[in-house]
Design a protein around this ligand. Sequence first.
Ligand code: NAD
Length: 463
Amino acid sequence: MSDLTYTPIDDIPKIVQELRTTFLTGLTRPLAYRKEQLKGLHNLIAENETLFKESVYRDLRKPPQELMAGETGAIRQEAIDAIKHLDQWAAPQSVKTTLLNRMNKPHIRKSPLGTVLIIGAWNLPINLLLAPAVGAIAAGNCVILKPSEVSTHTAALLTRLLPKYLDPRSVRIINGAAAETTVLLEQKFDHMFYTGSGNIGKVIMAAAAKQLTPVTLELGGKSPAFVSKDVNIAVAARRLIFGKLFNTGQACIAPDYLIVERGIEEELVKEMKLAIQEFYGASPQTSQSYGRIINNNHFHRLKRLLDTTRGKIVIGGDTQEDDLYIAPTIVLDVKLDDPLMESEIFGPILPIWVVDTINEGIEYVNRNDQPLALYVYSHNMKLADHILENTRSGGAVINDSLIQFMVTALPFGGTGPSGIGNYHGKRTFDIFSHERATLVKNLGMQKALTISYPPYTEKKTSW
Ligand code: NAD
């Protein structure tokens, strides 16, 4: 058990109000203050790597290398980049206009929104909370952070450490589950940034609508990976297995299922089996590189999928409840009405749907919700282009999986049911900034203006 304590419900409105009051004092506006806070955020991670390793290990048995790549390293880099570029990001931007208007010095000011709410998910419990926080702080906002209560050890650690590194007048953590979050969502915010499932995304958006609060929703979906006949099967197998089993498949952009051109499926399975052995040895359960399922609920959800699938389990399939272990599992010959194809798997089970033509796969993807990611494994760039030109998804990668998350210059987010808005790098700063349209007019030359003032005589308008 962790020492996570939920925030008393009666305290929640008070905490939000305190931050709203702080914002109006102007405390968070100076760039020097924002940079100090960003340094604090960076040091929070840098000085406590070992504690974070322990907490995320207790939550997910996450291997330290995966923590570094997907969470701590990524946040540190985001904070460093924000500090480095803040002057430039926050600088007023002049706009091109006509000669007449140029005299009015039209420009865009990047203003903070006010007090914002960030709700994180459990699978990357540090990154999904703090990566948006980097942009929110850089943009000069007060920030309420709501970690996922499911990753309890990391939520408890963040709650303990945060006040030591960030000014509690402008950044606070609120902990809790649905009851606490419901009260939180009733408060007035200037932006809500949520990461998690689409079902709760609808709850967030409905709550935000009551106060006309803008939202960013980072959701999920079933991300397909197309594998064409011409591909280098050994290479594709390794990249797919890495992408699927990173964080034990509990990644929003993990390949959810494969669409494989008929003829290569046996060879692909054989290579994926070899890849699993190379990565995790003969017994993944004893490998330090293989994590665990977050909790019993998710374990049973995944076990049910394995028990009810009508596909052929060709690799893995074994489970152990008291260890929250589910083996890397490949299920061949999955049909479209299989339970594995109903909703996002979010675990280490990879179904393979074999198709006669890639176009069958395209039609299927288009019949369903737009996924967060779409992957194509092929040597044939014309085919890859054809797939991308005829489908929709939040992001796409040709010949690998997951790496789009690491390239902060790329927008990260969904489309349609996989999300609203996108972030990383400067985009996160932009999400939490208002582009304030501003003109500066000279107080001289008043006489020249009388031509546009009433009374609107014919003489004034005959030009
Ligand atoms: P979760 O259970 O951690 O929930 C997310 C957040 O919603 C938590 O902070 C939780 O407290 C809050 N919440 C739960 N019930 C609530 C309620 N009734 N009212 C208000 N808030 C509530 O995470 P999850 O939803 O299981 O996350 C998995 C999903 O998230 C998957 O679909 C995955 O694809 C998606 N995801 C998306 C991204 C992304 O960046 N797009 C990243 C990670 C996960």
